[in-house]
Design a protein around this ligand. Structure first.
Ligand SMILES: Nc1ncnc2c1ncn2[C@@H]1O[C@H](COP(=O)(O)OP(=O)(O)O)[C@@H](O)[C@H]1O
Ligand SMILES: [Mg+2]
Length: 344
């Protein structure tokens, strides 16, 4: 199947203006490499989760996809068309098909606009003025399970969960093929988190929308994402089917992220692993494998040479970047090799 979105070797930088380093070296302006050579694809109707600690470059990827930030290099293809090199105007028809839910929903909803104006703003931005705003607002609110009279409310009159629903409704306004949801459950109670995730899953099933879900919390993606990519300092260190990432993580960082969250799965055999130390600064990246400073398995080579991305021999769609990946347990190796049931 062709990819809806295909990102190849994407690099995104921020200039570090007036930094100490710039003054000390006196040479050319140094850059933060927020995203360094990221590749992934999302198929129609698929959910991909991008997971990583704060500062790993998740929001920067999202902002680059929708053209708020220019890529330093790499390719972004949407439905087969290279959009990374298009001008703002040329990009607009594609941006209509990609809706963004920004991090911090209340903060990203203009406080002076009513929910009705917020929901119909995308029509105005894209020059679709002939739509009946009241009818459209009611339709969108209904899709996300909110009463029609919410159209008259202002953002400060919404709870966190309601604001998130309005964010989803706004994203749905132009009938997108892809929703990019940046930390859609951050700051919500666990029960409300579940509601928002269920809402996204339902819309995906009913409308066939692909979702790129961005989060620092690996546990929330378990039941929503088809595939999951784990980011560390602007790179994917592991990527694969979500089931497999949870059942059989190969990268020590993934293992640590999994063990940091309470895991209700009785089959999980991971011991609790404390991630040592701080996330290193992207201005001062560790040599070799950038995770080695926090990795309990690090050896000499990890400190010196950056590992290539390798694939699991039994499942080439599961990739990881590590010299000493966690071993497949016998059970998982067997499951991975298991042939499809006859007729299924
Ligand atoms: N506007 C900006 N100017 C300079 N640096 C930025 C800017 N936005 C993000 N960064 C830097 O890029 C890196 C990735 O940030 P971000 O994409 O927001 O990470 P995440 O969403 O995973 O928390 C961080 O080191 C951050 O400090
Ligand atoms: Mg972010």
């Amino acid at each position: 199947m062709t990819a809806l979105l295909r990102v190849q070797d994407l690099r995104v930088r921020f200039p570090v203006v007036g930094s100490l380093m710039a003054r000390l070296t006196g040479t050319k302006e140094p850059f933060i490499e927020a995203v360094c050579g990221v590749s992934f694809e999302i198929r129609k109707g698929e959910t991909l989760a991008v997971v990583g600690e704060s500062g790993s470059g998740k929001s920067t990827i999202a902002r680059t996809l929708i053209g708020l930030k220019a890529a330093a290099s790499g390719s972004i293809r949407f439905d087969g068309q290279e959009i990374g090199t298009l001008s703002v105007t040329e990009r607009k028809p594609y941006l209509r098909r990609m809706a963004m839910m920004f991090q911090d929903p209340v903060g990203s909803l203009s406080p002076r606009l009513t929910v009705r104006s917020l929901l119909t703003e995308p029509f105005r931005i894209h020059g679709l003025k002939d739509r009946d705003a009241d009818a459209e607002a009611a339709r969108l609110l209904h899709m996300v399970g909110l009463p029609a009279d919410f159209a008259r409310r202002y953002p400060h009159q919404l709870s966190g969960g309601q604001a998130r629903r309005v964010g989803v409704a706004r994203a749905l306004a132009l009938n997108p093929d892809l929703i990019i949801a940046d930390e859609p459950t951050a700051g919500l109670d666990v029960s409300v988190q579940g509601e928002v995730l269920n809402l996204l899953t339902r819309l995906q099933t009913e409308l066939g929308i692909a979702i790129l879900i961005i989060t620092h919390n690996l546990n929330i993606v378990r039941h929503i994402a088809d595939r999951t990519g784990i980011m560390y300092l602007g790179r994917f260190v592991e990527m694969g089917a979500t089931d497999e990432i949870f059942r059989q993580p190969r990268h020590p960082y993934t293992e640590a992220l999994l063990s940091a969250n309470p895991n209700p799965d009785p089959d999980a055999v991971l011991n609790r692993i404390e991630l040592k130390g701080e996330v290193p600064s992207v201005l001062n990246r560790p040599s070799g494998c950038e995770f080695h400073t926090r990795c309990q398995y690090a050896q000499e080579i990890c400190r010196r040479v950056s590992p290539e991305t390798t694939s699991n021999s039994v499942n080439p769609t599961h990739s990881f970047k590590c010299y000493f990946p966690l071993q497949l347990t016998l059970l998982s190796a067997f499951e991975n090799r298991r042939l499809p049931a006859p007729g299924g």
